[in-house]
Design a protein around this ligand. Sequence first.
Ligand code: NAG
Length: 254
Amino acid sequence: LPPLFLLLTALELSWSLSDEEKKIILDGHNKYRSGVSPPAMDMLKMSWDTELEAFAQAYAEKCIWDHNKERGRRGENLFAMAPTLDLEFAVEDWNGEEKYYNLTTSTCVPGQMCGHYTQVVWASTHQIGCGAKFCEKIDGIETEEMYLLVCNYYPPGNMKGRKPYKEGPSCSQCPEGRVCVNSLCEVEVDTGYPVSSLTTEDPALLESSALDTEELETNSDQTNMDQPTAGAPNTFLGPSLFLLPSVILVGLLL
Ligand SMILES: *[C@@H]1O[C@H](CO)[C@@H](O)[C@H](O)[C@H]1NC(C)=O
C-alpha cells in the first residue's frame, strides 16, 4: 500500500483542531463579545479550556446532528459545513443571528434562531472549548462528507428569562479581579495569585451556580448547518454561503 495513503488515513483518523484553528474560534468569539452594540457592562473575556475541548472533540467524533444529551451544565453550539470547514465563518454565522435578536425585549424574531448568538455574547460565559470532525455521514443530515464543529461553553448561556448581557457603559460592572481590555473584563494576570484562585472567586461563577436549577431555554438547543447547494460539491463556496436561505437551517431545528 502506498505510504502516502496510510499517512492520510492516519491523519484523518486523528484529525482535530490545530492551535491556530482554536485561536481563530476563540478570537472570533472575543471579537464579537468586545463589539456588542449596545455595549456591555459585564462582558467577560473568554479563554480556551482544554477540558471543554476534549469534551467537544469526543462528541464531534460521534458525527451526530443533535445536541449532546450528556453535556450537563455546558452550553453548546453546533455547526456543519462542506466541503471545507471555515471556522471564522462558523463563528460569524452564529453571531449573525444578532440581527434577529432584540436585547430590550429579550426576544427573537419568530421563526428565526438567536440562541447561537446569545451564547456567543453571554456575558458570564468565560470558557470555551471546541472540537471538529470530518464525518463520512452525520447522523441527521442527508448530505455526506461534511465537517462537524462542536463548541461547548462554561458556564452555559441562554438561561431562561435572562438577557445575555447588561447593557450600559463598557466594563462598568466587571467582576472583582478583572480589568477592562478592549471592552472585555479580562482576568488580571499580575496579582501573584494563581489564576485558579481568581476563577473560583469569580462572582460570575457564583451567580451562575445559583442558576443551577433553572432550565435552559428551549431555543438554547441550537444547531446550525451550512452546506453547498447541489452540483458543486468540490468547489469552495465561501461567502456565497451567506446567501443560503435559512430554510435549510429551520428544517434541522431540533
Ligand atoms: C425592540 O423591541 C422594542 C419594544 O417592542 C422596540 O421599541 C425596539 O425598537 C426594538 N429594538 C430593535 C432594535 O428592534
